[in-house]
Design a protein around this ligand. Structure first.
Ligand code: 9MR
Length: 859
């Protein structure tokens, strides 16, 4: 996640700078504004300092040390520099720094322009020796880049025959009169809408930016410009989170489907949007496509993603990759073995693969499936729904995609049952670097309790879901899960190094009681074994005790256990399961109450930490809490809250920006990614449709936002810049949240909900390689007898019913129906009817059943 600008530009610039005369020294007379970022190197990172070819930057002892390959001709043939430095014409600046070198040599410091025509401002040479010295020089700028545009500061280290190492520290450029920051990152519309659209029958709200204290008239226009509805806004006043004065607009009563609507107030118009039941139906699949794009160890094929996103396999030991098939531990660990950890998904814009984070991501996809299979509509994820190589293997595609990661998680298990925390590059690579061109050694970090429990939880969950799909795999998963859980109990406090952030993220998590609860819940839901049940009920997290408006994330996973316990029938007391479900509704109510006060309604609690790294994923994980509250209670208000969250992400926000690439008129493009890096290399693509940007982060944790956005209102701390990794990266755990929520929303906006009948279906089957024999028990759980019945379900794979008994069987495509015979149409209340069938072909078990068109519970 560390970036460098194209090196050729930098070299060209310094050619120009070299010819520059040294202007007369001036004195800074204005406020002491510091103009370079990270001049002290205390964070351990070199960002945003870059180096040219032949120079390698390392942070050693709080200094930036540049290893320079000898044999260059000119000083500017070897460079270390920083771009985006603001300069104001006519203003005075003082550049100062400490420096020393292994071998004495001249070093020039230079200021100028980072792009063509590469004009220079100032340059001065200094005699750098093995003894650290403090250097300083002052100059007046002849160029004007007041807002962090194309200004540059660089050190020229070349012109020497021998290799050398030059270290610098305390680099400072003070001067200028313009206060830092204040750049508005995006043009802001005054009427903020979801740029994708609204669903008929659901609330439709927008935000007007206005300081007026009286209601304003709004009109809704269709694509021909005709007014189709109008009304008055409601003034809400100053909204601190966005920094805007706002009104709310509610046009819920307008329900006519169409495209190209705009909402107009005075002379201000919103971006266009649709009113359609289909607004999120495509997004559900694009959000999932992200994971195929991120696959490691396999070519990404044009037939699935189109030419611009196709690329060769990464990290399969084809040079210059050093491969993932034989990865040793970091040198300081001496673990004594190597692992084959090919496959999995790249985490984000980097090429790291992390068990903590891969875990929650795989879980969330699998949970999306499990929820749909138990209480929703899993047919949306059946085989053939995604553009992936496994799209015709008889297995639901969502399971296929998740398996790509689950297999990787299994590979990260060490011989003792513990899981390695992560595998990634030994050093950060430049941006862009396509996966197959990454030449860094790959290293395993130590095993950790958190990673081991992530593996235990996901493998146990997956074992449950593959039981009817691939029994051998299911058994293998359960064995791995049990082994991991036992290993974690034997090593309950092995915390990953929080400072292990070179070449990959740390993902350190120093509280693991939540991961213990999550893993125990998954193992209990899968096995029913009392030992796991006891670990669940004795946990301090039991019964959603730690579910709050903060929700869940990669480091806080207890609610994942709660979700499973609420969805999967177990031996827990019914009252405890009810308590878990009630907790989701309680927290959902807290979100709704807070959202009613916000200028831009979003289920996000900024009261403790402001907007954090990946805030958009927190919005979505909280939307999942709202969605489950709707599932558990049926209350419409929770469903509406889910759609409000999507409206915020898709444009109803103070930056008038859709944070999902490819969705909306003004959507994110320049995400922090080593392949989707068009901003740095025009031959590369922008982010593919359905990729979610991390979102506003008021912590301002990267150099780009530190320079551009100091003082930003929290919801505006975001910029569409490839270098702004703390606000604009993509990540698997963020897109898994988008996939879950958009899948749920698509299910809820597609067709009227299927009414629930008083019935329960228990499906059991004997399977062999080319078929199955199934027994189906259908129970009347109501209070009145049935006089006739018709059972419906879909076979997920290629299965064809060849014979059936105790019912009239028929099949159309995947859809199977069984209607009663004359002698078993009557089913008394509380009684069951038992029927069955044989089928040929491959695939999983049916997951959803209807009686007389209404859905049944599965037993
Ligand atoms: O998502 C992570 C966020 O919660 C942390 O605050 C941040 C800093 O440690 O790291 C984020 O994860 C990054 C990971 O460390 C490396 N790959 C990219 C991830 C997304 O930015």
């Amino acid at each position: 996640m560390r970036s460098q600008p194209p090196r050729l530009l930098a070299a060209a610039l310094l050619t120009a700078l070299a010819a520059t005369a040294i202007p007369a020294a001036g004195t800074a007379e204005a406020a002491e504004y510091e103009r370079v970022l990270n001049g002290k190197f205390d964070s351990g990172s070199a960002d945003p300092w870059w180096s040219s070819a032949g120079v390698t930057n390392r942070i050693t002892g709080g200094e930036l040390c540049a290893s320079v390959t000898g044999g260059t001709t000119n000083p500017w043939d070897a460079l270390v520099g920083q771009n985006g430095v603001p300069f104001e014409s006519g203003q005075s600046y003082t550049l100062s720094f400490d420096a020393h070198a292994t071998t004495a040599q001249p070093v020039a410091a230079a200021a100028g322009e980072s792009v063509s025509p590469y004009r220079g401002i100032a340059r001065q040479e200094f005699a750098v020796t093995p003894t650290k010295q403090h250097f300083t020089f002052s100059f007046t700028s002849t160029l004007d880049f007041p807002d962090a545009g194309n200004g540059q500061v660089a050190f020229q280290l070349g012109g020497q025959t021998a290799d050398n190492t030059i270290c610098v520290d305390n680099v400072s450029l003070v001067g200028g009169v313009k206060p830092p920051g204040g750049v508005v990152p995006n043009p802001t519309r005054k009427v903020q809408v979801d740029q994708v659209g609204y669903v008929p029958g659901l609330p439709k709200r927008a935000t007007l930016v206005s300081t007026a204290t009286t209601p304003q008239t709004w009109t809704l226009k269709n694509s021909a410009g005709a007014t189709v509805a109008s009304g008055q806004s409601t003034p809400k006043g100053a909204d601190a989170t966005s920094g805007d004065s706002v009104h709310s607009i509610d046009f819920s009563s307008f329900d006519t489907p169409g495209t190209g609507y705009t909402l107009v107030v005075g002379t201000d118009s919103s971006f266009p949007f649709d009113i359609s039941a289909d607004v999120v139906k495509k997004l559900r699949y694009d959000a999932l496509a992200f994971f195929y794009h991120q696959r490691s160890g396999t070519p990404i094929e044009a037939q699935y993603v189109g030419d611009q996103y196709a690329r060769p396999a990464g990290h399969i030991n084809v040079a210059p990759n050093q491969g993932d098939n034989n990865v040793p531990c970091r040198a300081d660990l001496a673990c004594g073995y190597t692992l084959d950890v090919r496959g999995g998904w790249y985490d984000a814009g980097d090429h790291g693969k992390y068990v903590v984070n891969g875990g929650i991501s795989a879980w969330q996809l699998l949970n999306s499936y499990e929820r749909a299979a138990r209480i929703g509509d899993a047919s949306a994820f059946r085989d053939g729904t995604l553009a992936i190589p496994e799209k015709a293997n008889g297995v639901p595609d969502l399971l296929d995609e998740a398996r790509w990661e689950v297999d990787f998680l299994l590979k990260m298990q060490a011989p003792d049952g513990m899981a390695h925390h992560k595998v990634h590059d030994a050093n950060w690579t430049a941006l862009p670097t396509r996966p197959e061109l990454d030449d860094q050694p790959r290293r395993l970090s130590a095993t950790s309790t958190a990673a081991t429990l992530n593996l235990a939880a996901v493998a146990a969950q997956a074992s449950r879901l593959w039981k009817s799909v691939d029994a051998t795999y299911s058994a293998k998963l359960l064995t791995a899960a049990r082994k991991a859980y036992a290993a974690a109990k034997a090593n309950p406090n092995k915390i990953a190094d929080p400072n292990d952030g070179t070449g990959g993220g740390a993902y350190s998590d120093n509280t693991v009681s939540d991961e213990f609860y999550w893993a125990a819940a998954e193992l209990y839901a899968t096995t029913g074994e009392s030992a796991y049940g006891t670990d669940v009920t004795s946990s301090p997290h039991y019964k959603a005790a730690s579910l709050t408006r903060a929700g869940f994330y990669w480091g806080g996973t207890a609610p994942l256990g709660d979700i499973t316990l609420a969805l999967v029938p177990t031996g827990l007391p019914a009252a405890d399961v009810t308590a878990i479900k009630t907790a989701f509704a309680t927290v959902a109510d807290q979100h709704l109450a807070a959202m009613a006060q916000m200028g831009y309604a979003t289920p996000y609690d900024n009261s403790v930490d402001g907007y954090v790294w990946g805030s958009n994923s927190a919005v979505l994980n909280n939307a999942q809490v709202l969605a489950l509250a709707h599932d558990f209670t049926g209350a419409d208000k929770y469903r509406d809250g889910v759609f409000e969250a999507l409206h915020y992400l898709l444009g109803r926000n103070p930056l008038s920006t859709s944070y999902v690439a490819g969705y909306g008129e003004q959507a994110v493009q320049n995400v922090h990614h080593r392949f989707w890096a068009k901003q740095n290399d025009p031959t590369l693509p922008i982010a593919p449709p359905g990729s979610l940007s991390g979102g506003p982060n008021s912590g301002l944790q990267d150099p780009i936002v530190q320079r551009l956005l100091p003082g930003c209102p929290q919801q505006k701390c975001w910029v569409d810049d490839i270098g702004a990794y703390s606000v604009n990266e993509v990540a698997v755990n963020w897109n898994s949240a988008l996939a879950w929520v958009s899948g749920w929303a698509a299910e809820k906006s597609g067709k009227p909900p299927v009414p629930v009948a008083d019935c329960e279906v228990t499906f059991t089957a004997n399977r062999w390689s080319s078929g199955l024999s199934a027994n189906v028990a259908v129970k009347n759980t109501g209070t009145t007898a049935w006089t006739s019945w018709k059972l419906g379900f879909a076979l997920p794979g290629t299965q064809q019913v060849t014979a059936g008994w105790s019912a009239n069987w028929s099949q159309t495509g995947r859809d199977v129906t069984a209607t009663n015979m004359s002698w078993n149409g009557k089913v008394e209340a509380g009684k069951s009817v038992y029927i069955g069938f044989n089928a040929s072909g491959a695939g999983g078990d049916p997951t959803a059943f209807t009686i007389n068109g209404k859905s049944c519970k599965t037993g």
